[in-house]
Design a protein around this ligand. Structure first.
Ligand code: GLC
Length: 559
């Protein structure tokens, strides 16, 4: 039986889709009274300067960025944003969530610089959950920005930028200059009254993989900060401009690549363990695309910047074509692949990557609805990973890597496969799970990633904010509301777990941390966006007119 029908969301209307509104309407919706801009002395940043950061707010110019908006300034846990006195009930767990989020703040020399990954005192095994993770801080940052508290976000951006400048080595091998840390930790020496930072660029991480996503999230967050506060001066600082360029230099260098997508090692992003996400994982490609577009908005058109801008534009052009053509899967495309001929040589090949139809997994034939589609997990020679990955698809919608038709099709798929992708706890990180022999081969017998657990088909509450943002962008807030309702029945009661296990996400994850900060922040961001959709502008990019494709492949593209 159709899961979505069962859950009563099939009739969710997509008529008032934002993507169908003209640009004027969209910017009107996203725009709020323009706030003020921080003016700052241009100077090099050192550790002392955090406490000296001026907070004076004055109006500046926004030439280099698209329309800016700022949220109304709210503060304190007593005035949570999630209540507008009208449509929305202030859910009792909102205040608790704010309290827990504030408890997770990490201070460096008296200034907040991030949030700890998990504040789980009951757990004997802390591992690195007591650190500030770059990717984990993103929903915290958005929550603070939406609540009118940008300071911690600015401090975080500057602190991580400073860490980027460190020399990074694994054994005797030096990493690229632009690599951003996966996480950092503040060590307090109470005797000498000194705070010190230790950072991990992959040299301590399980598996020793550098986090490719960190740099992209940093750029995306810098743009969110700029958009939310109207403070252009931060992104315009020479050190920020340099930081952006260093990150991009790692990705835009020419080499042996025949594809515009970014080649990666397994475990270099949110799924930070071996899970068959090496090659060209969708999560990284979508973040790459979004970071490129954000960088384009922030880079100055000076000598070096101009060169970088040109390279970004070329890459965006090639990347969007590649992703929209080869990563996209819907019923029609699946049927085409099913009938592919193999061993085709030359430019006329239809089956360009020589995918053998026998390698198509059985589950996909039932999973693929007649209406709907998604970006598959990975495409490389003779290899298509048909798994659904939530983060990559949501970011594809938010960055407009997905065309408006593809965005609609992704939402159609989520509705049609509600039981599988949302179930009892939003949201499946990947679908389906890998089991038995395949699990042994693919994960290297990883006991944390057994079927329907953790990265292998587990359900992660943090993904709620991404789903909500995608729902608002595609004009289907009702879907987000359904998902939030589900989360609200459990999250506080269960102590904000990191992830849930099981096909329906019913069980608190086997090794899940409690009071996982991004579960808390993700919930708050989802709530605040639903109440005030203008927040979406911070994390969403409108369609890039230059890259509008004319490719039409199947019905789900034209719905
Ligand atoms: C786990 C997750 C990773 C996250 C980290 C800290 O390793 O896989 O995505 O950043 O925990 O929460």
């Amino acid at each position: 039986m159709d899961g979505a029908k069962q859950m009563g969301i099939r009739n969710v209307s997509s008529i008032c889709s934002l993507t169908q509104l003209d640009d004027h309407d969209l910017s009107r919706l996203l725009e709020k009274p323009r706030l003020t801009t921080n003016i700052e002395r241009q100077r090099s940043f050192d550790e002392r300067s955090l406490s000296e950061l001026p907070t004076l707010l004055v109006r500046g110019s926004y030439d280099n960025f698209d329309t800016l908006h700022s949220p109304a300034v709210r503060s304190g846990i007593d005035t949570p944003a999630s209540w507008d006195g009208n449509t929305f009930d202030p859910h009792p767990i909102v205040a608790e969530a704010w309290e827990a989020l504030r408890r997770s703040l990490v201070y460096f020399r008296g200034q907040p610089v991030g949030t700890v990954a998990a504040y789980d005192h009951a757990s004997e095994e802390v591992l690195n959950y007591d650190q500030v993770f770059v990717r984990d801080f993103v929903p915290s940052a958005l929550a603070f920005l939406m609540n009118g508290e940008p300071e911690v976000v600015k401090n975080f951006l500057l602190k991580t930028l400073q860490l980027q400048g460190w020399e990074k080595k694994i054994d005797r091998f030096k990493l690229g200059e632009g690599v951003m840390p996966a996480s950092f930790k503040v060590l307090h020496d109470p005797v000498r009254k000194l705070d010190m930072i230790v950072a991990d660029f992959g040299e301590s991480a399980i598996g020793r993989v550098a986090p490719v996503d960190s740099g992209f999230w940093w750029i995306i967050l810098l743009r969110a900060y700029t958009k939310s506060t109207g403070d252009l001066s931060l992104a315009e600082r020479p050190e920020c401009q340099k930081g952006i360029k260093l990150i991009l230099m790692l990705c835009l260098a020419e080499g042996f690549d025949t594809f515009p997508t970014l080649l990666c090692a397994d475990g270099c992003s949110m799924i930070d363990r071996r899970m068959d996400v090496y090659g060209y994982p969708i999560e990284i490609q979508a973040l790459f695309y979004m970071a490129l577009r954000c960088a384009l908005m922030m880079l100055k058109h000076d000598g070096e910047g101009k060169d970088c801008i040109e390279r970004i534009e070329k890459r965006l052009h090639a990347l969007s074509y590649h992703m929209r053509s080869y990563f996209w899967l819907d019923f029609q495309q699946l049927n085409d692949i099913y009938r592919y001929k193999t061993e085709e040589y030359s430019h006329t090949a239809v089956n360009k990557f020589n995918v053998i139809p026998d390698s198509i997994p059985d589950w996909i034939f039932d999973f693929m609805p007649m209406r709907g589609g998604y970006f598959i997990g990975n495409v490389s020679p003779a290899r298509m990973d048909f798994r659904w990955f939530c983060l990559g698809n949501c970011v594809a919608i938010l960055s407009s890597l997905a065309t408006p038709e593809q965005s609609m099709a992704i939402m159609d798929l989520i509705e049609a496969r509600w039981d599988e992708l949302v179930g009892e706890m939003p949201l499946k990180i990947a679908y389906p799970a890998i089991e038995s022999h395949e699990w042994r081969i693919v994960t290297g017998c990883d006991p944390k990633n057994t079927r329907w657990s953790y990265h292998n088909g587990g359900s992660w509450p943090v993904l709620l904010w991404l789903l909500t943002a995608a729902c608002i962008k595609t004009g289907r807030p009702q879907i987000a509301r359904q998902a939030i309702d589900l989360a609200e029945t459990r999250l506080l009661k269960d102590g904000w777990p990191e992830y849930y296990d099981g096909k329906l996400g019913r069980f608190i994850g086997k090794q899940a941390r409690k009071y996982q900060t991004w579960s808390i922040a993700g919930y708050l961001v989802a709530k605040m966006m639903l109440e005030d959709p203008s927040h979406l502008g911070m994390i969403s990019l409108e369609e890039d007119k230059q890259r509008k494709t004319l490719i039409k492949r199947s019905s789900s593209w034209n719905c």
